[in-house]
Design a protein around this ligand. Structure first.
Ligand code: ZN
Length: 145
Protein backbone atom coordinates (compact mmCIF):
# COMPACT_ATOMS: atom_id res chain seq x y z
CA UNK A 1 0.00 0.00 0.00
CA UNK A 2 -0.48 2.22 -1.72
CA UNK A 3 1.61 1.62 -4.87
CA UNK A 4 1.29 -2.17 -5.01
CA UNK A 5 -2.43 -1.93 -4.29
CA UNK A 6 -2.95 0.64 -7.05
CA UNK A 7 -0.84 -1.34 -9.56
CA UNK A 8 -2.64 -4.59 -8.71
CA UNK A 9 -6.10 -3.04 -8.88
CA UNK A 10 -5.33 -1.30 -12.18
CA UNK A 11 -4.01 -4.55 -13.67
CA UNK A 12 -6.97 -6.58 -12.41
CA UNK A 13 -9.36 -4.16 -14.11
CA UNK A 14 -7.44 -3.65 -17.37
CA UNK A 15 -5.54 -6.91 -17.97
CA UNK A 16 -5.92 -10.67 -17.63
CA UNK A 17 -4.51 -12.37 -14.56
CA UNK A 18 -2.01 -15.09 -15.53
CA UNK A 19 -2.57 -17.67 -12.81
CA UNK A 20 -0.08 -20.20 -14.17
CA UNK A 21 2.74 -17.66 -14.67
CA UNK A 22 2.06 -16.24 -11.22
CA UNK A 23 2.41 -19.69 -9.64
CA UNK A 24 5.53 -20.44 -11.69
CA UNK A 25 7.29 -17.21 -10.77
CA UNK A 26 5.96 -16.18 -7.36
CA UNK A 27 5.22 -12.70 -8.68
CA UNK A 28 1.89 -11.32 -9.90
CA UNK A 29 1.76 -11.55 -13.71
CA UNK A 30 -0.91 -10.14 -16.01
CA UNK A 31 -1.27 -10.06 -19.79
CA UNK A 32 -2.99 -7.74 -22.20
CA UNK A 33 -3.47 -6.85 -25.84
CA UNK A 34 -2.69 -3.15 -25.54
CA UNK A 35 0.82 -3.27 -24.10
CA UNK A 36 2.43 -2.78 -27.52
CA UNK A 37 0.43 0.45 -27.84
CA UNK A 38 2.95 1.84 -25.37
CA UNK A 39 5.80 0.69 -27.65
CA UNK A 40 6.79 -2.02 -25.19
CA UNK A 41 6.31 -5.75 -24.87
CA UNK A 42 5.90 -5.58 -21.13
CA UNK A 43 5.85 -3.34 -18.13
CA UNK A 44 6.65 -3.63 -14.46
CA UNK A 45 4.93 -1.29 -12.05
CA UNK A 46 5.74 -1.77 -8.38
CA UNK A 47 5.60 -5.57 -7.99
CA UNK A 48 3.25 -6.17 -10.94
CA UNK A 49 4.38 -7.50 -14.32
CA UNK A 50 2.21 -7.06 -17.40
CA UNK A 51 3.24 -8.66 -20.68
CA UNK A 52 1.68 -8.46 -24.09
CA UNK A 53 -0.36 -11.62 -24.84
CA UNK A 54 1.94 -12.41 -27.78
CA UNK A 55 5.01 -12.36 -25.51
CA UNK A 56 3.83 -14.61 -22.68
CA UNK A 57 6.32 -17.34 -23.63
CA UNK A 58 9.20 -14.91 -24.13
CA UNK A 59 11.31 -15.63 -21.07
CA UNK A 60 13.76 -12.86 -21.91
CA UNK A 61 11.00 -10.27 -21.54
CA UNK A 62 9.69 -11.98 -18.40
CA UNK A 63 13.12 -11.91 -16.77
CA UNK A 64 13.62 -8.29 -17.88
CA UNK A 65 10.41 -7.22 -16.13
CA UNK A 66 11.14 -9.35 -13.07
CA UNK A 67 14.49 -7.58 -12.74
CA UNK A 68 12.54 -4.31 -12.51
CA UNK A 69 10.37 -5.85 -9.79
CA UNK A 70 13.50 -6.89 -7.87
CA UNK A 71 14.90 -3.36 -8.33
CA UNK A 72 11.68 -2.10 -6.77
CA UNK A 73 12.13 -4.51 -3.84
CA UNK A 74 15.74 -3.32 -3.44
CA UNK A 75 14.39 0.02 -2.27
CA UNK A 76 12.35 -1.56 0.56
CA UNK A 77 15.09 -0.50 2.96
CA UNK A 78 13.86 3.10 2.74
CA UNK A 79 10.55 2.06 4.29
CA UNK A 80 12.30 1.71 7.63
CA UNK A 81 12.54 5.50 7.71
CA UNK A 82 8.75 5.50 7.94
CA UNK A 83 8.67 3.48 11.16
CA UNK A 84 8.90 6.44 13.53
CA UNK A 85 6.37 8.70 11.73
CA UNK A 86 3.98 5.76 11.29
CA UNK A 87 4.32 4.87 14.96
CA UNK A 88 3.42 8.45 15.88
CA UNK A 89 0.33 8.27 13.67
CA UNK A 90 -0.68 4.95 15.27
CA UNK A 91 -0.45 6.44 18.74
CA UNK A 92 -2.44 9.53 17.82
CA UNK A 93 -5.07 8.02 15.50
CA UNK A 94 -6.95 4.92 16.57
CA UNK A 95 -8.35 4.17 13.12
CA UNK A 96 -4.91 4.44 11.53
CA UNK A 97 -3.59 2.05 14.17
CA UNK A 98 -6.27 -0.56 13.35
CA UNK A 99 -5.79 -0.22 9.56
CA UNK A 100 -2.02 -0.37 9.85
CA UNK A 101 -2.16 -3.79 11.44
CA UNK A 102 -3.25 -5.16 8.06
CA UNK A 103 -1.15 -3.04 5.69
CA UNK A 104 2.45 -2.64 4.66
CA UNK A 105 3.35 0.79 3.37
CA UNK A 106 5.40 0.41 0.20
CA UNK A 107 6.38 4.02 -0.16
CA UNK A 108 9.81 3.13 -1.53
CA UNK A 109 8.25 3.43 -4.96
CA UNK A 110 8.36 7.20 -4.75
CA UNK A 111 12.15 7.04 -4.32
CA UNK A 112 12.65 4.24 -6.85
CA UNK A 113 10.54 5.83 -9.59
CA UNK A 114 12.04 9.28 -9.00
CA UNK A 115 15.48 7.80 -9.65
CA UNK A 116 14.23 5.60 -12.48
CA UNK A 117 12.60 8.47 -14.39
CA UNK A 118 15.51 10.82 -13.73
CA UNK A 119 17.73 8.18 -15.38
CA UNK A 120 15.65 7.99 -18.56
CA UNK A 121 15.64 11.73 -19.31
CA UNK A 122 17.51 12.84 -22.44
CA UNK A 123 18.81 9.44 -23.47
CA UNK A 124 19.11 8.27 -27.06
CA UNK A 125 18.65 4.60 -26.24
CA UNK A 126 16.24 2.99 -23.80
CA UNK A 127 19.12 1.05 -22.25
CA UNK A 128 21.36 4.05 -21.56
CA UNK A 129 20.45 4.20 -17.89
CA UNK A 130 21.36 2.13 -14.87
CA UNK A 131 18.03 0.38 -14.28
CA UNK A 132 17.42 -0.66 -17.90
CA UNK A 133 21.04 -1.71 -18.35
CA UNK A 134 20.78 -3.97 -15.31
CA UNK A 135 17.48 -5.46 -16.50
CA UNK A 136 18.86 -5.85 -20.00
CA UNK A 137 22.06 -7.45 -18.76
CA UNK A 138 20.28 -10.14 -16.73
CA UNK A 139 17.70 -10.87 -19.43
CA UNK A 140 19.93 -10.50 -22.51
CA UNK A 141 17.59 -7.84 -23.92
CA UNK A 142 19.95 -4.91 -24.55
CA UNK A 143 19.22 -3.80 -28.11
CA UNK A 144 21.55 -0.81 -28.46
CA UNK A 145 25.19 -0.03 -27.77
ZN1 ZN B 1 12.98 -2.23 -18.68
Amino acid sequence: MPLSFIATTYSLVNHDFEFERTLETGELVFSGHTIKDYNASGTATANIVVLDKTEMDNYAFLSHEFTHVYQYYDFNVFNTYLNKPLQNLKVNYNTFDKVSNHLYYDLQGFIFYSLFFSEIQNIDCHYHNFFETEAGYYSNTIFCN
